[in-house]
Design a protein around this ligand. Sequence first.
Ligand code: FAD
Length: 281
Amino acid sequence: MQSQKKFTPTFSFEFFPPQTPEGMEKLRATRIQLAQFNPKFFSVTFGAGGSTRERTLETVLEIQAEGYPVAPHLSCIGSTRDNIRSILEKYHSHGISRIVALRGDLPSGMAQAGEFRYANELVAFIRKEFGDTFWIEVAAYPEYHPQARSALEDFTNFRRKVEAGSNAAITQFFYNVDAYLHFVEMCEAADLNIPIVPGIMPISKFSQLARFSDGCGAEIPRWIRRKLESFGDDIPSIQAFGLDVVTALCARLLEAGAPGLHFYTLNSAVLPTKIWQRLGL
Ligand code: FAD
């Protein structure tokens, strides 16, 4: 973990673009609450194939207009080069300089031909077309991407993204600290010198967490799963236990030298705020 300690820690919060005016209003309140922690940036997800294109853009520009640093996510699967170029030009014209570059997953039933296959191609495209205009974040998978044929291949593919010009990585969420430490050690051994910021998923509802976890391949360790199951529908107990688990996870990561934390907020400030306060950040 030595190499990670040289990076200035970066704290950030991720949102999804709301579908309704009420959702937008709630997100404004969430932002005001989280802005007090002075995050490096807020990020906004982007549905692959452009399914949230307008809503992502609208949310990003609103955050930018409020004066907060914002990093739009950009998924390339199902998109054309022209499409991606025009989105990036728009962001650039609004003074946005940080992008989370992803392949994305097309929503089921949405088959769309595109000109990009993998995120490393998107990173290379951004560098070719825009030089160093953008700071590029990419995704990393300490427990490996669910579609990867092997751990080794997945790491090689991660390396392609770094070598294509990424500046930093944000991980998929995880609850196994050792998986993250091992991933960082592999980066060190491969001379990949970028910050690998842990993605943190607060625990709010067991069924929702289990669904996310099944979808993205992040393991819920057995002891956590069993304990959460035992609470049934008792949400306050789930959240109280979840806060203990996630706060301890963050503390261990920071102690080990993780270069910051990226919170998956699901557009709510409640749990990230409690974790933040407990950590005494
Ligand atoms: P890639 O890095 O392209 O990897 C995808 C798979 O392909 C992996 O199995 C990898 O091993 C393999 N692979 C990669 N490159 C190659 C290659 N050159 N040749 C052969 N195989 C290769 N999804 C969204 O739709 N919108 C979002 O806003 C969003 N935000 C996210 C933010 C973070 C921090 C993270 C961790 C994930 C996010 N996701 C988002 C989910 C992400 O899009 C999915 O995990 C997706 O399946 C992979 O995207 P990627 O950019 O990691 O893909």
